[in-house]
Write a protein that binds this ligand. Structure first.
Ligand SMILES: [Fe+2]
Ligand SMILES: [Fe+2]
Length: 169
């Protein structure tokens, strides 16, 4: 089944949005590195890698459906934030935006009766629930910790331990 051109265009835009998210998370990792918070930095590096995998997952699907995937320039991400929680809030806002666009894509795939695209997007819908949840938790924890530098360092160590056990799982 040929991919509807409107749907194809919207999916290609999402590939580019995932790459932009990957870029943003890398900038956030650098921000946390500069703050001497290596646990947060590795968390954001892992997020960046995940977003690039999302782009690949979607572009592979598009290529299998014989759509052309035109990559666009990635805008320069924000590199400075007022505080650790401000960076995480920006990440959460970005994820909420992604959730909205995934939902819109799913609606479009339904409208076009493209069942394969709906299945692909279903994976992303579930993924967004997890992503929003993990950023919301991290935001709450960071807001509570950041008023005291030592608490923030303790949280950073905890995040580093979690990241290490997730990587070995
Ligand atoms: Fe993503
Ligand atoms: Fe994400």
């Amino acid at each position: 089944m040929t991919l509807d051109s409107t749907l194809a265009k919207a999916l290609v835009a999402q590939v580019n949005a995932e790459l932009a998210a990957s870029h943003s998370y890398l900038a956030m990792a650098f921000f946390f590195d500069a703050q001497d918070l290596p646990g947060f930095a590795s968390f954001f590096r892992a997020q960046s890698a995940e977003e690039s995998q999302h782009a690949t997952r979607l572009s592979d699907f598009l290529l299998r459906r014989e759509a052309e995937v035109a990559l666009t320039a990635i805008p320069a991400p924000e590199t400075t934030f007022a505080s650790p929680s401000a960076a995480i809030r920006a990440a959460l806002t970005m994820e909420q935006g992604v959730t909205q666009s995934i939902h819109a894509l799913y609606g479009l795939a339904r409208e076009k009766s493209d069942y394969a695209a709906q299945t692909q997007l279903m994976w992303f819908i579930d993924e967004q629930v997890e992503e929003e949840d993990s950023f919301r938790t991290l935001l709450t924890q960071t807001e509570a910790a950041e008023t005291d530098r030592w608490n923030l360092i303790t949280l950073d160590k905890e995040i580093a331990t979690q990241a290490a056990s997730a990587a070995s799982a």
